[in-house]
Design a protein around this ligand. Structure first.
Ligand code: ATP
Length: 240
């Protein structure tokens, strides 16, 4: 069984089924990229794994533990950390104070404020600045650092490059490469297909709440992923 398993997950927003029976697994140390058009259900899926959104059906399993009915704050304590879309920092608190909030789950591990500042040196001079005064890249680094401070087994990253300049995106991904190399299990939502494929072991393309394509990132063609993205993948495989 996979380290993290999602089984037949259905997640609704009211009457809308945003995630429609999704099943996949991630092994320990793997990086999985979630891609798909706007509204495909990527954020909803990530939030359901983190416990921020209760599914209507299906299960989320971490190792032997069934997380499905575990509230989000307890999931952090069990090793799941979400870097949400839009960062969701406490803007009147400093970088350091935001980082220390990641500690409240009390999980043992190596991450400390100093280690996060080593990973994101641009944050060093901003340590005591209120996060509301930071640039987008500094805020994103703080949000990732806060998640790391909980010493997660699984890190969920929702569009970490959104709204950042190409140079800053490069810097954020350089830092993430270190995490990937160190064996952190990661699920990331990324709109940039080339980056998603180059950074990950596996890719899942979602279309209207379902998995349109699941493949090894290194062997799948960009063309196949693009077709899945636009809903052309399955039609092509079917006889005319
Ligand atoms: P994006 O790339 O735009 O963030 P996404 O793939 O992450 O898209 P979701 O944000 O998960 O997709 O949205 C999936 C579906 O659920 C969409 O139809 C969206 O409009 C709807 N949806 C998302 N959040 C809510 C909400 N809070 N209330 C109602 N509907 C929602």
């Amino acid at each position: 069984m996979s380290f993290l398993a999602v089984e037949d997950l259905v997640v609704r927003h009211g009457l809308l089924q945003a995630v429609r029976g999704v099943t996949f697994g991630v092994e320990r140390g793997e990086t999985l990229a979630l891609v798909g058009a706007n509204g495909a259900g990527k954020t909803t899926l990530l939030r359901a794994i983190a416990g921020a959104h209760q599914p209507a059906a299906g299960r989320v399993l971490l190792g032997d533990a069934d997380l499905t009915n575990v509230p989000s704050h307890k999931r952090v304590g069990m090793g799941i950390a979400l870097v949400p879309e839009g960062r969701k920092l406490f803007v009147r608190m400093s970088v350091e104070e935001n980082l220390l909030l990641g500690r409240t789950a009390g999980r043992p591990g190596d991450w400390s404020v100093d280690k996060v500042l080593e990973m994101f040196p641009n944050l060093k001079p901003r340590r005591h600045a209120k996060t509301g005064h930071l640039s987008g890249g500094e805020q994103q680094a703080t949000a990732i650092g806060r998640a790391l401070m909980s010493n997660p087994d699984v890190l969920l990253l929702d569009e970490v490059s959104l709204g950042l300049s190409p140079a800053i995106v490069e810097r954020v991904y350089d830092a993430l490469q270190g995490l990937i190399a160190s064996g952190t299990t990661i699920i990331l939502v990324e709109q940039d297909l080339s980056r998603a494929l180059s950074v990950s072991d596996k890719v899942i393309c979602m279309l209207e709440g379902r998995i349109a394509l699941a493949a090894d990132s290194k062997s799948v063609s960009r063309d196949d992923v693009t077709k899945a993205y636009f809903g052309l993948h399955r039609q092509k495989a079917e006889p005319a």
